[in-house]
Design a protein around this ligand. Structure first.
Ligand code: GLU
Length: 443
């Protein structure tokens, strides 16, 4: 590792915003690209909101995305790296020392019980690695509070003290902090430190073009964790919110992004969050990753749904996932389609029943039942051949059998390819379901 040190410095608010996740990702990519150090620092000076659960949300989100950090707290209470764990709530003495120094140097003073920083009244230029030179006219800037009346230090102070103290070389953070940066440069200078280089990444906009807020649908990483998204797809999508590979490919492995990631290629313009594109990307990942890569996630989705997957052989689960992953865009959809494979009885969609279990459909089911009862080979290709022969024998298109068979065995009119589905369900269950559909709906 070299001297390059970046940090992700979230405030535990109880959820991880996609913007925060993207900030973490860009820091991680840059650290991995430059073989530097990625620090996790929890900015939890706001004691009212600071709960163990809120911190856990951050750990869970980062771990889910596969963004491992080199220094900072560990979820099990341990410390990664030989310093840390870097909870600001535990670093009060460090901030007190900095305050003392600013007071002694007359760069801060007490007023009404609080401590204010003497803001230099001049133009301050931020040399931002992404935004370029940004000049702030601070000639009318007020002195600002760095320690509240109740003795608690304020964000501007602790943020800068920690960046200096932790030897942070690059601050990569959201553009909403750009306007704070003159204050941060001034505090760093007053403390005699070398400020890090700043790189402010563009905002993420919602569908209507305003800044994506907490309240926007899809703003929380948790929605993707719970909604059956793959972390590989989400982090790939997050890469595109302000950065792209030169050759304009949109789907790429994270290792390639880390290899090619440069701060000066981050876009200046704001990025628009496109939920449909993320959904598309998730489907792409489901199809392109191997079943082995999908299985751990699929197991989580299915277990969470309460389906009794443990009753089945691991190979059975694998076959189902292999079949479904080609056709669905999310884990949520995969779970819906998986029901008939794990539940004892099929639950029928009313519209499917109405549409396909008319007298002709039920007649088709009877013919199918008689035919499949004779089958000794229940593989997908053998089943396909049987359906074809049956249709030919009755001079009717094969869909005459396919649709009622799908409804009888899965309860639905749309679903995964029929023949492999039947092969996975197996002869006994298929015959049982055909029989049951005929008995239930023939009256
Ligand atoms: N805790 C601040 C935030 O969540 C960190 C800002 C920074 O990265 O400097 O926005």
């Amino acid at each position: 590792m070299n001297g390059l040190r970046v940090r992700f410095a979230p405030s535990p608010t109880g959820f991880l915003h996609v913007g925060g996740a993207r900030t973490a990702l860009f820091n991680w990519l840059y650290a991995r690209h430059a073989r530097g150090t990625f620090v996790l620092r929890i900015e939890d000076t706001d004691t009212a909101r600071n709960t163990a659960e809120a911190v856990k949300v951050i750990f869970d989100g980062l771990q889910w995305l596969g963004l491992d950090w080199d220094e900072g707290p560990l979820p099990d209470g341990g410390v990664r790296g030989d310093r840390g764990p870097y909870f600001q709530s535990e670093r009060r003495s460090i901030y007190d020392r900095a305050l003392r120094r600013l007071l002694d140097q007359d760069q801060a003073y007490e007023s009404d019980g609080a401590i204010r920083f003497r803001m230099p009244r001049k133009k301050i230029v931020v040399e931002d690695l992404i935004c370029g030179e940004v000049c702030f006219d601070c000639t009318l800037e007020q002195d600002f509070v760095i320690q509240r009346k109740d003795g608690s230090p304020v964000f501007h102070l602790v943020n800068v003290v920690d960046d200096l103290e932790m030897g942070i070389s690059h601050v990569i953070r959201g553009e909403d902090h750009l306007s704070n940066t003159p204050k941060h440069l001034a505090i760093a200078a007053a403390l005699g430190g070398t400020a890090p280089q700043y790189a402010h990444i563009p905002l993420i906009l919602n569908r209507t073009g305003s800044k994506m807020s907490k309240r926007d649908v899809g703003a929380s990483l948790g929605e993707y964790q719970e909604g059956g998204y793959l972390p590989q797809a989400v982090r790939n999508y997050l890469c595109l919110l302000g950065w792209s590979l030169r050759e304009n490919r949109e789907v790429f492995p994270i290792e390639e992004a880390a290899e090619k990631f440069e701060l000066n290629q981050i876009h200046r313009s704001n990025a628009r969050f496109d939920a449909d594109k993320l959904l598309w990307m998730n489907g792409t990942y489901l199809r392109s990753l191997s079943v082995e890569e999908i299985l751990p996630h699929a197991r989580t989705w299915l277990q969470r749904s309460g389906l009794p997957i443990a009753k089945r052989e691991p190979d059975y689960l694998k076959e189902v996932v292999l079949l479904l992953k080609e056709k669905v865009k999310t884990g949520k959809e995969l779970v819906e389609w998986a029901h008939p494979f794990f539940q004892e009885e099929v639950s029928f969609q009313a519209n499917a029943v109405k549409r396909f279990f008319d007298p002709a459909g039920l007649q088709a089911l009877r013919e199918l039942l008689a035919d499949l009862s004779e089958a000794s080979d229940f593989t997908s290709s053998a089943l396909e051949a049987r359906f074809q022969r049956l249709a030919q024998a009755h001079a009717t298109p094969v869909r005459t059998y396919v649709h009622p068979a799908r409804v009888a065995t899965t309860g639905r009119e749309v679903g995964p390819s029929l023949y492999p589905s039947l092969a996975i369900l197996g002869k006994d269950l298929v015959l049982h379901r055909l029989r049951r559909a005929i008995e239930t709906f023939a009256s």
